[in-house]
Design a protein around this ligand. Structure first.
Ligand code: COA
Length: 150
């Protein structure tokens, strides 16, 4: 698997990004501020992630998604590890990530990749999203914040 920065002439894979974050307005906003990386196997796109600088020494992994037909094969984990390495290479000291209280698999994935829970942004998804979100039979209300030192 190779990861590369999206070039200026390429369209971001919006449908894929929306599987990780249901608001196109929110996604477009951070695409303007962030670096979008495409993951490819044999020149075919399999996933995406977006890194955003949130302060001089901190970046946030703000979106990560793998095409459904490629999920469950270790690509997500490889993308999180790639994002950690890219953040280090870019000179950041801390990498943060946030996910919903209902995103059980994602909470497992991030902790397996070295992230620790640092806090909870209560009612985040009520404040920022018009539609109600449900996953695993749980309403997504709070954002669980995780971070790791690089
Ligand atoms: N059931 C349960 N857990 C699963 C799973 C499944 N079908 N598939 C993945 N996981 C969990 C496991 O904890 C797994 O760790 P393990 O390999 O040690 O068992 C871990 O996720 C990583 O699996 P991996 O195969 O690397 O993940 P993936 O390629 O499927 O990608 C996502 C994971 C989250 C990126 C992918 O499911 C996705 O794109 N989902 C939609 C978008 C999204 O929700 N993005 C995150 C927003 S916070």
């Amino acid at each position: 698997m190779e990861t590369r920065l999206l070039t200026e002439n390429e369209q971001p894979p919006m449908a894929l990004l929306l599987t990780a974050d249901p608001s196109e307005t929110v996604v477009k906003d951070y695409l303007d501020r962030g670096h979008c990386y495409i993951a490819e196997i044999d020149n075919q796109a399999v996933g995406v992630y977006v890194l955003v600088e949130t302060s001089d020494d901190t970046a946030e992994l703000i979106n990560i998604a793998v095409y459904e037909q490629h999920q469950g094969k270790g690509i997500g984990k490889a993308l999180v590890k790639d994002a950690i390495q890219k953040s280090k290479d870019l000179g950041f000291k801390t990498l943060e990530v946030g996910t919903g209280n209902s995103s059980i698999d994602q909470l497992a994935l991030y902790q397996k990749c070295g992230f620790r829970i640092t806090g909870v942004d209560k009612d985040f998804f009520i404040r920022h999203y018009e539609e109600e979100i449900f996953e695993n039979g749980i309403q997504c209300i709070d954002m669980v914040r995780l971070s790791q030192e690089l």
